[in-house]
Design a binder for this molecule. Structure first.
Ligand code: COA
Length: 313
């Protein structure tokens, strides 16, 4: 994080949940129209729903916490209209507070005037003033304008990930690989599955994902606990003769898409990914779309061959 600069603009103020949500939803829709996926659209719907509920029922801010709407952040106003937004999401990471900056957006008619720079600087100041050990954000690889802005403010790239998506109801099944055997994942597979999971989802990035390696562990008691809690999970392993290629675990996601956690043998990552994911269609169909978060550039051929599309990097 760079040194703090005091922002004194009269256009910039903290988000007021009681009146800003419709303006923020409009702005996010305009600014992210070309890159928004089903979860993004659901997120905007959630903001609008929340705005209606707050207006109609006079909901208190305490009850807002169960929604992932922009509770904290800043807006930029021109003639009382919201033309800029930045959301702040505090997390606990390894016992420390970190802040995530999200939804940085400036209306197209007001760009290149330094609005995003001032909002981001303000977000960084806010995080620092609230004891943040670090401030994180995510930016698409092809978003050069935003990357330029964040680099100039002192952000450093820590990881490059690709989000892959597959819609089992819309895309045909990929052919299975005859040389690979797919079996139910067993406790014996866990040693390597766990090791590869921790390499693919290291703590540096997994704190910001719904990832918990212990939740993916096989075993009777784990499954019993999952059953007791009403949690669903499917796990399968791939073998090339007696060589273990890896495992895939499917879990329901929070919004529109579900998730697959992929643990691939680093010596056979394309083959493993293709075999495991081609099988996923048989397990998941006709379920909801599924996403995979994976290190950019790894197993890309295998994931693509199984019918997944790169949504963003
Ligand atoms: C990215 C975005 C927020 C920038 O907003 P902005 O108010 O126009 O940005 P600023 O005027 O504060 O510019 C800050 C820096 O960003 C970079 N930048 C912004 N727009 C740029 C462009 N069109 N071309 C090149 N660099 C650009 C420059 O480094 C600029 O610094 P400089 O003016 O000193 O050269 C805006 O373009 C936007 O809303 N885009 C769509 C949503 C989005 O992609 N958000 C980022 C998500 S991570």
């Amino acid at each position: 994080m760079s040194a703090s600069i005091a922002i004194t603009s009269t256009h910039l103020r903290p988000v007021d949940m009681r009146k800003d949500l419709p303006g923020i939803a409009d702005l996010i829709e305009i600014c992210f129209a070309s890159t928004m996926d089903a979860d993004g659209r659901e997120y905007v719907r959630q903001i609008r729903r929340m705005a209606l509920e707050m207006r109609g029922l006079g909901i208190s801010l305490g009850s807002v916490r169960r929604f992932s709407v922009p509770i904290q952040g800043y807006v930029w106003l021109e003639n009382n209209r919201i033309v800029g937004n930045l959301t702040l999401i505090p997390y606990f990471k390894g016992g420390k507070v970190v802040y995530m900056i999200a939804n940085v957006a400036v209306h197209p008619e007001f760009r290149r005037r330094g609005i995003a720079r001032q909002m981001t600087q303000q977000g960084m100041n806010h995080a620092r003033d609230h004891g943040a050990a670090a401030t994180w954000l995510q930016v698409r690889e092809d978003n050069h304008e935003a990357s330029q802005l964040y680099l100039s403010l002192g952000f450093i790239e820590r990881a490059r990930r690709t989000t892959w998506t597959f819609d089992p109801s819309a895309q045909p099944a990929a052919p299975m690989l005859p040389q690979v055997t797919i079996r139910r994942r067993t406790a014996n597979d866990w040693h390597f599955q766990r090791r590869w999971l921790l390499e693919i989802y290291p703590p540096e990035i997994s704190w910001n994902l719904p990832f918990n390696v212990d939740r993916l562990r096989p075993g009777f008691w784990r499954e019993f606990l999952r059953w007791m809690n009403g949690e669903r999970q499917e796990a399968w392993s791939a073998w090339l003769a007696d060589r273990y290629l890896g495992a895939a675990v499917w879990e329901p996601g929070n919004v529109i898409t579900d998730v697959i956690w992929l643990a691939t043998n680093p010596l056979e990552e394309d083959l493993a990914a293709q075999a495991l994911l081609a099988y996923s269609h048989r397990v998941l169909s006709p379920r909801r779309p599924v996403t995979i978060n994976f290190p950019a550039g790894f197993a890309a051929k295998g994931i693509q061959s199984a019918g997944f599309r790169a949504h963003n990097t």
